[in-house]
Design a protein. Structure first.
Ligand code: AN7
Length: 356
């Protein structure tokens, strides 16, 4: 049977009734790709769940299908959100599909080009403020009680409900098993919250016999959870996770502590290195924020975190969520790469450049 999106696939796990109009772009069912080179470095079996292959190019589609379906069911006319980019792209696309208006509030100059182009082409009203994501989210919270308005940030519980299906898919794809470790970037901390909820529910239902250890990674300049305090001026090249006061802070801590995991920080340098490494060695182009998880694996691998002490012991299974597609941020890709070789238009010049 053809895949019809996460609501159809996981209906019995979701707050959906026969009356709910299902707004979908057939999101989900993203591949879990084995990463042999990363596995070798980590001394583990590492799988990459490429969420960049969702309809709008990020994991946000899982939550947005549910948020827009419920907004429509509840009679909302306008959906609003604050965003570092991907939420706005997904909200705009699903609002277009639902036939609802969409207003997105973004930090001026700090969202990647691809994401901005998505919000615009899907005809959202794009409002840029001279302030960061945290300020934008504060304003959105203040507007949440307006008539006919639905907030579709992850403070909307339906977003978390939709995103938890990522955990179900991981377990299904591993043949009815949870991974030993789940690695994930942390920004507003909705996704780590959602995955942990998903694993717990699958475990309670008896679909899996264990739950993973949750390993979250923030960017060093935007690492409030690691520091244990709000970061007033978060800074990182990974603009998607440039967040200083995450809405999901408490639930991220619960995911960490209940699973015996950790939330750590990686530097921009480590993120960029992992971003390029992934593209060059595993053939996967993920956006910088997504590479923070890979940077985290590489950092832990340097400390032999995944390495088994007993000789011959079975390797751990590690799943890393690549949250967004690299094409979201073409500027960063070009900035991070080798130059283009400009040569005259003849065979000799091209051959010379090929060898050089
Ligand atoms: C690619 O779009 O917050 O910890 O406004 O775009 O659930 O916030 C994006 C976040 C990781 C962090 N990777 O997830 C937004 C926004 C990518 C992202 C995150 C985001 P959360």
């Amino acid at each position: 049977m053809a895949w019809k999106g996460i609501i159809q696939e996981y209906r019995s796990y979701l707050p959906i009734s026969d009356k709910t109009p299902v707004v979908t772009l057939n999101e989900g069912n993203t591949p879990l790709i084995h990463a042999p080179r990363l596995s070798e470095l980590a001394h583990a079996d590492v799988f990459l769940k490429f969420e960049g292959l969702n309809p709008t190019g990020s994991f946000k589609d899982r939550g947005m299908t549910l948020a827009l379906s419920k907004a429509k069911e509840d009679g909302a006319k306008i959906v609003i959100c604050a965003s570092t980019g991907n939420t706005s792209a997904a909200a705009a696309a699903y609002a277009a599909k639902a036939g609802l208006r969409c207003v997105v509030l973004i930090p001026e100059g700090k969202i990647a080009l691809g994401k901005l182009s998505q919000a615009l082409i899907h005809h959202a009203k794009v409002i840029a403020i001279k302030g960061n994501f945290d300020v934008a989210l504060t304003i959105i919270r203040e507007l949440s009680s307006l008539e006919s308005v639905a907030v579709v940030n992850s403070i909307n519980p339906f977003r978390i409900e939709g995103q938890k299906t990522g955990a179900f898919e991981v377990c299904d794809q591993l043949g009815g098993k949870a991974p030993d470790y789940h690695v994930i970037p942390v920004g507003n901390a909705g996704n780590i919250t959602a995955y942990w909820k998903g694993y717990k529910e699958y475990h309670q239902k008896g679909n899996i016999s264990s739950r993973p250890v949750m390993l979250g990674f923030q960017a060093k300049g935007a690492a409030p959870i690691v520091l244990g305090k709000i970061v007033q001026k978060p800074e990182t090249i990974a603009t998607a996770i440039r967040i200083g006061n995450p809405a999901g802070w408490k639930t991220a801590l619960a995911a960490r502590d209940e699973s015996g995991g950790k939330i750590d920080a990686v530097t921009d340098k480590e993120i960029l290195k992992a971003y390029k490494w992934l593209a060059e060695n595993e053939g996967i182009f993920a956006e910088p924020a997504s590479a923070s998880g890979v940077a985290g694996i590489l950092k832990l691998a340097r400390h032999k975190f995944f390495t088994k002490k007993q000789a011959g012991a079975k390797r751990s299974t590690v799943v890393c969520i690549l949250t967004g597609h690299g094409l979201k941020d073409p500027d960063q890709a070009i900035k991070s790469s080798k130059k283009i070789h400009q040569v005259p238009a003849n065979k000799e010049a091209v051959m010379k450049a090929m060898r050089g």
